[in-house]
Design a protein around this ligand. Structure first.
Ligand code: SF4
Length: 268
């Protein structure tokens, strides 16, 4: 199956391990799933759904009444950032566009770079992408800044608006499900904002050219190499058995690689 649409998930895997990209997207092999992770993913999907419905002005009371955990998390988010997520749902400056699950594409040679923003807010002077993360571990800002989700989302936004890269930013909101026992500090929503810049824009363009050229070569040769086991990624990879890099499936307790490559939410 040819790869035409390129998402941040494709770019991450291409950089991490070409063979894993082949298994996941070209061969469409299902990786063994950890039941705990599936449950967290369901919670994340419900959270995204509620936030989307709120943005559309649809009632969410019934959904929240059936999911008290979700109601607690969303009320905590409203308290934390009422200017963004309070009942009015308005940011301070006049928005020319505010939309959830907003999809954009950008032609890139034989490919189409595609992003889906959880929430996009545009004003005449700024563009802000909001992304929900519903897991507990919060990656460091430097790691988020280097992640292909941040880089691709801001790159496509800069290329598809009249705004200068310096006017753009991406904010990750971490909204984990409340703990079953005593609430912990980590249960409180928190955010990290990554500013964009002309320099970052040029660097991302260069890296996109490099990666898509590499992908051209892999597709032409129909050869997606495994990575060196010494890099240490295979022991956490769901395809380790298939690659004969392990005798047993990976321990679900091991942290995924890289930290934000497994996203407990609607996959894009
Ligand atoms: S086990 Fe290693 S080589 Fe095989 S797909 Fe996973 S990361 Fe790549």
């Amino acid at each position: 199956m040819p790869l035409v649409t390129l998402t941040q998930g494709h770019l991450k895997l291409l950089e991490l391990c070409p063979r894993r990209l082949q298994y996941s997207y070209l061969d469409q092999l299902a990786a063994p799933e950890d039941p705990d992770r599936l449950e967290r993913q369901r919670w994340g999907t419900r959270f995204h759904l509620v936030m989307q419905q709120r943005e559309l002005g649809l009632p969410v009371e019934t959904l929240l009444a059936q999911n008290p955990d979700l109601a607690t998390a969303i009320h905590a988010l409203e308290e934390q950032s009422p200017e963004w997520f309070g009942p009015q749902g308005d940011s301070t400056e006049t928005e020319s566009l505010r939309q959830s699950e907003h999809r954009r594409s950008l032609a890139w040679g034989a490919y189409e770079l595609t992003v889906v923003y959880d929430l996009l807010s545009l004003t005449p002077h700024s563009g802000q992408v909001i992304d929900w993360k519903t897991y507990r571990q919060r990656p460091k800002k430097a790691q988020l800044s280097q992640d292909w989700q941040t880089r691709l989302y801001l790159y496509v936004l800069a290329e598809t608006t009249d705004l200068d890269p310096a006017q753009l930013s991406m904010t990750y909101w971490f909204v984990p499900p409340p703990s079953e026992d005593k609430p912990k500090a980590a249960d409180r929503p928190g955010s990290v904002t990554i500013p964009y810049s002309p320099h970052k824009h040029r660097t991302t363009a260069r890296d996109l050219r490099r990666l898509t050229h590499y992908l051209d070569e892999l597709l032409a040769a129909q050869e997606f190499p495994k990575i060196d086991a010494a890099q240490g990624h295979c022991q956490r990879c769901p395809f380790a058995l298939r690659c004969q890099r392990a005798d047993a499936p990976p321990d679900p307790g091991l942290a995924p690689i890289p930290a934000i490559d497994t996203i407990d939410e609607i996959p894009v």
